[in-house]
Design a protein around this ligand. Sequence first.
Ligand SMILES: Nc1ncnc2c1ncn2[C@@H]1O[C@H](COP(=O)(O)OP(=O)(O)OP(=O)(O)O)[C@@H](O)[C@H]1O
Ligand SMILES: [Mg+2]
Length: 241
Amino acid sequence: MIEVSGLTKRFGDKVIAVQDLSFSAKAGEIYGLLGPNGAGKTTTLRMLATLLKPSSGSLKVAGYDVTTHPEDVRRNIGVVNGGMGLYDRLTGREILEYFAYFYGIGKIDAQKRIKQLEGALEMTDLLDRRSSEYSTGMKQKIVIARAVLHEPAVLILDEATNGLDVVARRAVLEFARAYRSKDRVVLFSTHIMAEAEELCERAAIIDHGRLVAQDSVANLKTQSSANNLEEAFFRLTRSVN
Ligand SMILES: Nc1ncnc2c1ncn2[C@@H]1O[C@H](COP(=O)(O)OP(=O)(O)OP(=O)(O)O)[C@@H](O)[C@H]1O
Ligand SMILES: [Mg+2]
């Protein structure tokens, strides 16, 4: 579902944000992309989402090459990142309707889909209020709903729980778990190891733009004789620094 191969991204002559990175995630899994601040996670995800061009290497999403078939990639991908970008004057429902139109979803299907998401994300009493009145957690629910309106096979969550309280965080994690299915994959990027450990079957750990390890979460722990993923993460990243 996601294939990253020999991926490199340079910014100018000095910064190599991602260097010769390879990993792959299969349908049916929640895959972790883990790394400390500045590791190159967002840069990698932006390339997957066709928002940035790779300097070299290749990326495939749902079988489509990101460089040669960007439209097909966009149809198959939903992205949640830090930037919320909601229109303050619109209600949550209006925002979702607007994006459904944008995705080419017909009115009746859009109503159905919004109804479904209203249930899945517990948005009942917020859809008809203006988004300027929303808390951070409510906003994030709309952002997630917006990212999956077109039911993409690949859902990318980039630090999707940042700034959320314990209830909103739980809702996001539950949604990610429920979204994964036999023909979908969730790519969950974070530096919060407890969340990754709870959610992900397999993960790639990156640091300074390079792959440090890629394996099942269980193997990452045994391989570094760690009790939990955070300890494994420390040991694995320390050994390359
Ligand atoms: N547009 C840009 N121009 C120059 N350097 C950049 C640009 N975008 C990212 N970088 C650099 O690339 C490196 C990787 O950044 P990136 O945002 O991908 O990391 P990250 O793993 O998402 O970190 P965080 O956990 O802080 O979100 C950093 O050193 C960053 O400063
Ligand atoms: Mg980032």
